[in-house]
Write a protein that binds this ligand. Structure first.
Ligand code: MP5
Length: 206
């Protein structure tokens, strides 16, 4: 199996992850009050946990993939600072509690390093590919959100996602982890959809 096949094999789930009223609101400037700020605060928690995941995956990765993880870690560290700066500018407190959808995603990320490497890498690719497509679908974005659309639309980010896909394809080549990779892909698609829904204020907790 190739990682890219998963998108066509699960097109409905993938659409749920990458096309969402939240993204239409970003594009048209019609987001309900508080939605973008909620997304921003919750997504910073996601990025922090994702950074932990990459650090856990790095030592066990084949040598030829280690560079990819190293550049991913550096990019995430920079991104975390960028999130914090964005939150400061908007006077948002970063000590908020994770929403239920965030909790589910953080739990998923924490468990991912225990999965077979090819399946974990496929999931990581799906996570990044989802944001690449989702924010492209919001392009060019209302002016107050444009910086965010551009952040996940750069050629560098697209190249990173393509490198993750190549690495996932190499890792999947034996076919041994296909079933697990398929299941994790579907989980990512569902978690992404729930994350957008949470940002719009649906299914919130506490
Ligand atoms: C990403 C993200 C992309 N920031 N948040 C969610 C919920 N899914 C995917 O990850 P990155 O590392 O910020 O590009």
């Amino acid at each position: 199996m190739k990682a890219g096949d998963l998108i066509g094999n699960h097109s409905r789930a993938w659409e749920g992850a990458t096309r969402h009223p939240f993204l239409e609101g970003v594009r048209d400037g019609t987001l309900p009050e508080g939605a973008f700020e909620r997304w921003l605060v919750q997504d910073r928690m996601f990025v922090e946990e994702e950074l932990g995941l990459l650090r856990r995956l790095l030592p066990g990765a084949p040598r030829r993939d280690q560079n990819l993880f190293e550049s991913g870690i550096a990019a995430l560290e920079e991104e975390l600072g960028w999130f914090e700066e964005q939150a400061r500018r908007r006077n948002l407190t970063l000590s908020a509690r994770p929403e239920r959808a965030t909790e589910s995603y953080l739990r998923f990320l924490r468990a991912l390093a225990d999965e077979p490497y090819p399946a974990a890498l496929t999931a990581l690719w799906a996570i990044e590919r989802a944001y690449l497509e989702a924010w492209r679908n919001a392009s060019p974005g209302a002016c107050e959100y444009r910086e965010f659309v551009e952040h996940w639309s750069t050629p560098e980010f697209a190249a990173f996602v393509a490198s993750l896909e190549e690495a996932a394809d190499r890792a999947l080549a034996t076919g041994e982890a296909d079933e697990r990779a398929d299941a994790l892909f579907l989980e990512v698609a569902d978690l992404e959809r729930r994350f957008w829904e949470m940002a719009l204020g649906e299914g919130r907790s506490g």
